[in-house]
Design a protein around this ligand. Structure first.
Ligand code: PG9
Length: 629
């Protein structure tokens, strides 16, 4: 007993510590397969930008993969405490580190640990940016520093990023640093007015107020938006207009909201920063792999648009590539690509793209003595058939100048859809669009975009039967197909419509209707899978830069260029088109009365309207389908 008692009492010579936290401790890197180096890189104006570097142990002559993000360079290397980069890094970075690359992630100017002012998607120096730095100069200065200060590198850099990061990746191509050897813009923001994050053909994507709040209320996204309802449908309806909601949220003075509200039309503010237009003027110096997602709920316009713009500069097929996959926004690089919502692709399409296309592409252009990558100029997954195709161009089918020619499918009387030109003398389908009961873009409840339970990323593959059932949605459907119908390119809706109002939105959806009995997946019987859909704000029908009232009760022609498709309607399926006049609350409501600026429409401006979609010989409404014979 006396020995035990002696052991329990600390030796008198050792005083109890005043703190359990050691004064100097550095975690051992010995057990890790990477080291982290944090650097502050000075830009030409003295502002320092923060970079986290993940360097595989023993790296020598390693190329650098460089990303620039507004969403936190620290969060981009999430599992710092792990011992292997496989656990420490998100999917793509882990695979690239495993393939021998150094990963460098930078906080863009003014966000998180970088100094300077943050301007959302800061335009290039010029009329829209009075400063003397932009993403092009910041990338140039960073790459210059990295290749001179990281001893483990071979001096070659590749840029990569998703969405906003896709935008910064494209910016790296403007006056590129000579060490930039390859770029992979994924689902980039390219044109915020035509078809990416902020508007689609003039209709405002008000759900993005969520993003505005999170990204510009402070430097580090401390504040998350709280709506007063779980089902935000109610919140949006009672707020009235987009500016009404901005007021409710207390963000109507946020500069990025004010800029959108001050530029509702496609004016120089939007044209001057559209990256497809900008890159069309640049020489193609850096091999680029554009990554496009067919069901991209945020930036469905950007990748094919900028691919097409740069293709004009790629006469010798020197380096403009695209891959098109069956993905939601970012799914190619951040998640499994086996399924999207209820739709199964039969294999992990995103893992395949990363191992067979992405890494070989970077290797070929960035590694010393690497073999050439045997990549097709365009690699496209064909949904419906679930197969990959190697193409030497895109699109495969169009009105003229493509290997195949597009073909119209006509909206017919009595809700039919077919290849024959309509013969009816006077025919139309009619519905009443009531702004007090707008058509929702998905079934309620509609959660805020960044609600932790949101399935926002999957909404483009939602079953459209809920919409078909509404009296304010008109539907046209083909006979059951007796053979496959293959599409590869851009469908264009050309239709004739009238409204009793003086302004109107038009939403057109191209849908694959599954067979009434479907043995491969019985729960998908009758599923209405939209493969391409978009909205047009009617006031911009003639000129996106100059809105004009729609003449009430007159037949007016409209055209909507729908998102690109790579799809096979299988034998036994049917082709469907749905048309409606609201897509709420993702898009703000059109008051259906012409007002100077819809952001500031008053409650009394919102009026019911009677809409007619014409299906006659005189007014043959149709979708030009990029048919591959
Ligand atoms: N689509 C997002 C975004 C980019 C640019 C501006 C606003 C939003 C994104 O995922 O980064």
């Amino acid at each position: 007993a006396s020995t035990l008692a002696a052991a329990a009492v600390p030796a008198a010579a050792e005083p109890l510590p005043t703190s359990d936290i050691p004064a100097n401790f550095k975690p051992s890197d010995d057990v890790k397969d990477f080291t982290i180096r944090e650097v502050q890189i000075p830009m030409r104006d003295g502002v320092k930008l923060h970079v986290n570097l993940v360097i595989p142990k023993g790296a020598k002559n390693a190329p650098i993969i460089f990303s620039r993000t507004p969403y936190s360079a620290d969060k981009a290397i999430t599992g710092l405490a792990s011992n292997t980069y496989k656990l420490a890094l998100p999917l793509t970075y882990a695979e690239l580190a495993d393939a021998g690359y150094i990963i460098a992630v930078q906080d863009v100017r003014g966000r998180f640990r970088s100094e300077g002012d943050y301007v959302v998607a800061r335009p290039l120096v010029g009329p829209l940016n009075p400063a003397n730095t932009d993403h092009s100069t910041d990338t140039w200065d960073s790459i210059d520093w990295l290749v001179k200060n990281i001893p483990e590198t071979n001096g070659k850099v590749g840029t990569i990023g998703v969405s906003y990061g896709g935008f910064t990746t494209l910016m790296s191509l403007v006056n590129p640093h000579p060490a930039l050897g390859a770029a992979v813009p994924i689902n980039p923001l390219v044109d915020g007015w035509i078809g990416d994050d902020w508007f689609h053909n003039g209709a405002y994507r008000q759900s993005f107020l969520d993003w505005v709040y999170r990204m510009t209320a402070d430097k580090s996204s401390k504040y998350a938006l709280q709506f007063d309802r779980y089902d935000t449908y109610e919140s949006w309806l009672s707020a009235g207009s987009a500016s009404g909601m901005a007021k409710v949220l207390g963000i109507e003075e946020f500069p990025i909201f004010k800029k959108a509200a001050a530029h509702p039309a496609y004016d120089e503010y939007w044209k001057g920063q559209a990256l497809d237009k900008i890159l069309a003027k640049e020489p193609l110096k850096v091999p680029t792999l554009h990554v496009h997602s067919l069901w991209d709920q945020e930036d469905i316009y950007g990748a094919p648009a900028v691919y097409k713009a740069m293709e004009a500069k790629d006469a010798g097929n020197g380096g403009n590539y695209m891959i098109i996959g069956p993905w939601q926004h970012g799914q190619s690089n951040m998640a499994s690509g086996t399924k999207l919502g209820a739709i199964d692709f039969g294999s992990n399409t995103s893992a395949w793209y990363r191992s067979e296309v992405l890494i070989p592409f970077f290797d070929a252009h960035l590694k010393n003595n690497a073999p050439k990558a045997e990549l097709a100029p365009v690699t496209a997954f064909e949904t419906g058939a679930n197969v990959w195709h190697r193409y030497d161009r895109w699109p495969i089918s169009c009105a003229s100048g493509c290997p195949s020619q597009s073909k119209p499918i006509y909206l017919q009387a009595n809700g039919a859809l077919g290849w024959k030109t309509p013969t009816a003398r006077a025919a139309f389908s009619e519905y009443v669009s009531d702004p007090a009961r707008p058509v929702t873009y998905r079934e309620r409840p509609i959660l805020s975009t960044y609600n932790p339970n949101t399935s926002w990323g999957r909404w483009l593959v939602d079953d459209q039967r809920f919409a078909e059932a509404r009296p304010d949605v008109v539907t046209f459907v083909s006979e059951v197909l007796t053979e496959d119908v293959r599409l590869a390119g851009q469908p264009i809706a050309k239709f004739f419509a009238s409204t009793s109002g003086t302004d109107s939105d038009w939403v057109v959806k191209l849908i694959d209707v599954y067979p009434a009995e479907y043995a491969p997946a019985p729960e998908l019987a009758g599923y209405e899978l939209a493969i391409s859909m978009d909205i047009l704000r009617g006031r911009y029908r003639d000129d996106p830069s100059k809105p004009s009232a729609i003449p009430a009760n007159k037949v007016v022609p409209y055209e909507i260029k729908l998102p690109d498709v790579s799809h096979r309607f299988l034998k036994g399926h049917r082709i469907m088109v749905q048309i409606q006049s609201s897509w709420f609350p993702l898009y703000d409501r059109n008051p259906q009365t012409f007002v100077p600026n819809i952001f500031f429409a008053k409650p009394e401006d919102y009026k019911k309207a009677t809409q007619r979609i014409y299906t006659s010989a005189q007014y043959p409404s149709r979708i030009e389908l990029p048919l591959v014979e």
